[in-house]
Write a protein that binds this ligand. Sequence first.
Ligand SMILES: Cc1cc2nc3c(=O)[nH]c(=O)nc-3n(C[C@H](O)[C@H](O)[C@H](O)COP(=O)(O)OP(=O)(O)OC[C@H]3O[C@@H](n4cnc5c(N)ncnc54)[C@H](O)[C@@H]3O)c2cc1C
Length: 384
Amino acid sequence: MAPSVFMPASWRTADIEEYRAQVRRFVAAEVASHQQRWAKQQHVDRELWSKAGALGMLASDVPSEYGGSDGSVAHQTVMIEELTAVGDTAFSISVHAIVQQYILKQGTEDQKRLYLPRLASGEMVGAIAMTEPGGGSDLQGVRTRAERVGDHWVLNGAKTFISNGYLGDLVIVVARTSDAPGARGISLLLLETKNAKGFRVGRILEKIGQKGQDTCELFFEDVHLPADAIVGGEPGRGFYQLMTELPYERTLIAVNAVAAIERAVQITADYARERMVFGKPLLDMQNTRFVLANAKTKAVVARTFLDRCIEALLEGRMDNVTASMAKLWCTDVQCEVIDDCLQLFGGYGYMLEYPIAQMYADARVQRIYGGANEIMKELIARSL
Ligand SMILES: Cc1cc2nc3c(=O)[nH]c(=O)nc-3n(C[C@H](O)[C@H](O)[C@H](O)COP(=O)(O)OP(=O)(O)OC[C@H]3O[C@@H](n4cnc5c(N)ncnc54)[C@H](O)[C@@H]3O)c2cc1C
């Protein structure tokens, strides 16, 4: 898409654009051509994680003393943008990055030293398990429980819809660790899944989109965790920790949304230029021009707002309300724009061999996960 007067944003430095070129090469070589196969097997190849790790792409915003690349959320943004540009929704690096942020910002020094280098190299794949079969929006209502028995925790319960659930080696599990009311009884526990007795991965769930991403049910039956498995060491702080880190997760969802909006406008304009209807290019129809003019305007407005959000994250100023607005608005607009663009493809827009059809299916969940958009409205409304 042609740039606007607001672009490039200040966070897109020469350094960042150099990193983008490296990521683009990696995505072209290792990601773009595997989409159908990954969709069929419902997960990416395990080696993809180690390949990305070897190039320093899995922990771009983690300090090098913990195995990271000393970059920032701007590097993370570039990675998401480049994956979205080729239509990838299988390589769930955002969830992996979120797990690292929890450990980096909320973990003990021992937890950082133990896990961050292994997540950075791709030796471990990260997942975060909040949602339960009984409900995902009401995080304070979690029923998964960890009881302190002697010198360890015993975990029981079930989670569902967990991204990276099949390949995940390190899962942050949201569980109740006491009967303290509401948020105060909730903790985040670090579970190493390999050889964990009583831990079971259920089905990889069949989804309407994002088919190459392993979204799973997880079951815990008397799983023993060491006493120091609580993120940050102190039980009862889980809800506070979630609230502190969710702005990062929600901004990354908005990054994905805006990259998808821009791609939709681009591929639809290209198609409309080529497609002939009634003896002239589809793009010459006033309706097509108006639809795409609207879509491009939304793309530029979304991008401009998102760029400010990234700057705020970089400066440590991002707040929950603004991140909720970014998640809400950018994902709503993503679905609107992709739907409008799909219409311009006619029947071809309904065929999966056309990227716009895949984008339509992939987009829908953006309004649901990371907190449903109705929850975003509740959070924003509290600030009125
Ligand atoms: C592909 C995919 C990947 C996911 N990855 C993860 C993951 O990695 N980790 C994880 O923990 N979870 C993950 N989720 C779960 C996701 O975060 C939840 O689905 C989401 O939070 C909603 O929870 P729920 O599905 O239980 O819906 P419910 O909580 O049952 O809510 C259903 C609907 O009710 C409405 N609603 C709920 N509460 C309110 C309210 N207070 N006010 C108004 N309306 C309301 C909303 O419209 C909502 O969509 C994933 C989901 C999908 C589909």
